[in-house]
Design a protein around this ligand. Structure first.
Ligand code: SAH
Ligand code: SF4
Ligand code: F3S
Length: 462
């Protein structure tokens, strides 16, 4: 990014924004994954630099932005519902800018639909143009012309000077963007472009800055962190990056997601074992336990390779926890395949599963496959899976009773009997009673109770 041009655009758009609105307010809503959350934090940093304050009420906003997700049809339908509700608001406040960005609007079919059915939307930009937001707002306010852009993938990731983090003590730090894997069901490579990595020095500088400003938990983000650095002029592995991050001085935890099993190495597992700040948890999406389905999904590994990795990790790091994503009802999946998934889940004993019913994404290979299993049948499989997982989760959580864990108190718990919550190094949720002043601090909590999805504990005075 050319910082001189960036500064000039920020200054110019700030001037126009402040001329147009008395107290300019922005409302930014994020759909989708942590990658989008992180992009929105960068967007909010720029909006702040341009003179906007933030509001939680859409009705108070002069600039409304939805950062969108395309991962499943349900996500897109929900977003369209939200956009539709803005029609009335635009009539009341004609100077308001309604904008959409992110993965869903990186698709031409969506841009066409917005132009046709949602004429009150004046700005749509895809995933490669986020850093140009100041210039785009400046242009809209000065000439009133709508902007629809999905171009801009130049193979690099812009470095941002302005970031407004949602939480003072937790930081999402993107280390890469895009994906090269083309799993047959997945839209991400089409909407995020090819894989690109940030320079390790820029990442480490962002970690240091965050830690110096009081951050206690860093999450390194990428669609496939295990292939980090492969395309850099001087290649660096994810394991090497983790070691560098672990060397940054300060009391903080390092988490990361997502690890692709195809690129997960023994070297990475050894690194996790040796780095004391790195969370002993790997989110390692298996998607299916059947080799036939894995092949049709183009995942690039077998259940045997997956189990070999898991067993190696369990041997090296006895306290390691695994979580995973599963797709139920992939078009070529039959009940026998599904049972292989159930069997694998029992063998691995995941501490948590994120389960999704297959959703056809136009443009992907799987969207062309014949899908003959009725959705009522898929729902039955899903319920069976959730029942098995619930038993596993309960068994694992019960084993934690009696242990004292160092936890970052990160907010208010959901349970009635406890008021704070946090996660162990293994990413297990622990709710406990404690004063709100503890939020953002490390505390020691003795685990006393378990459910299939969380645990409860008592604060231990230091
Ligand atoms: N990069 C990550 C996944 C990102 S998307 C990885 O490779 O593991 C998060 C999850 O959404 C995926 O793991 C998958 O389980 C689910 N998902 C993606 N596309 C889907 C689709 N078309 N239908 C249902 N679930 C899907
Ligand atoms: Fe999608 Fe596969 Fe890439 Fe993950 S690795 S983002 S599932 S294509
Ligand atoms: Fe959705 Fe894009 Fe993330 S499609 S899951 S927001 S990478």
């Amino acid at each position: 990014m050319n910082y001189n041009i960036y500064d000039k655009n920020i200054a110019e758009s700030q001037k126009i924004v402040l001329e147009k609105y008395k107290n300019p307010k922005a409302y930014v809503h994020t759909f989708g994954c942590q990658q989008n959350v992180s992009d929105s934090e960068r967007i909010k940093g720029m909006l702040k630099a341009m003179g906007y304050d933030f509001t939680d009420k859409i009705t108070d906003a002069d600039f409304v932005l939805f950062n969108t997700c395309a991962i499943r049809e349900g996500a897109e339908l929900k977003i369209f519902g939200n956009i539709g509700e803005l029609k009335h608001r635009k009539k009341e406040h004609p100077d308001m800018i309604i904008a959409l960005c992110g993965c869903m609007v990186q698709q031409d079919r969506i841009i066409e639909k917005i132009k046709k059915s949602y004429p009150f939307v004046s700005l749509c930009f895809g995933t490669h143009l986020t850093h140009l937001l100041p210039e785009m707002i400046k242009n809209i306010l000065s000439n009133g012309k709508k902007i629809f852009r999905t171009d801009g993938d130049d193979g690099t990731i812009p470095e941002y000077v302005d970031i407004k983090r949602d939480c003072e003590f937790k930081a999402n730090i993107p280390i890469m963007n895009g994906c090269n894997n083309f799993c047959s069901y997945c839209i991400v490579p089409y909407v995020r472009g090819r894989e690109k990595s940030r320079m390790p020095d820029d990442i480490i500088a962002e970690i240091k800055e965050a830690v110096n400003s009081g951050v206690k938990e860093i999450t390194l983000l990428g669609q496939n962190v295990n292939s980090y650095g492969k395309n850099l002029a001087q290649p660096v592995s994810f394991a090497e990056l983790l070691r560098k991050a672990n060397e940054v001085k300060g009391d903080f935890i390092i988490r990361f997601m997502t690890s692709h099993p195809k690129d997960c190495t023994f070297e990475l597992i050894k690194t996790i074992a040796e780095c004391e700040k790195v969370s002993k948890h790997i989110h390692l999406p298996i998607q299916s336990g059947s080799n036939l389905v894995l092949k049709a999904m183009n995942r690039g590994y077998t259940r045997e390779k997956y189990l070999e990795l898991v067993n190696f990790a369990k041997e090296k790091i006895p306290e390691i926890a695994f979580t995973s994503d599963i797709i139920v009802g992939f078009p070529t999946e039959r009940y026998e395949d599904f049972l292989e998934t159930v069997d694998l889940i029992k063998q691995v004993e995941f501490s948590q599963l994120f389960t999704f019913i297959f959703s056809k994404r136009p443009g992907t290979k799987a969207a062309e496959m014949e899908d003959i299993i009725p959705s009522s049948e898929k729902s039955k499989w899903m319920n069976q899976l959730l029942e098995v997982q619930s038993e596993i989760g309960y068994k694992l959580n019960k084993k934690l009773i009696g242990r004292t864990e160092k936890i970052l108190a990160d907010g208010y718990g959901k349970s009635e009997e406890a008021c704070l919550t946090g996660r162990t190094m293994q990413n297990t949720i622990v709710d406990f009673k404690g004063s709100p002043e503890l939020i953002g601090k490390f505390v020691n909590v003795k685990i006393t109770k378990a459910t299939p999805f969380a645990t409860f504990g008592e604060l231990i005075k230091n």
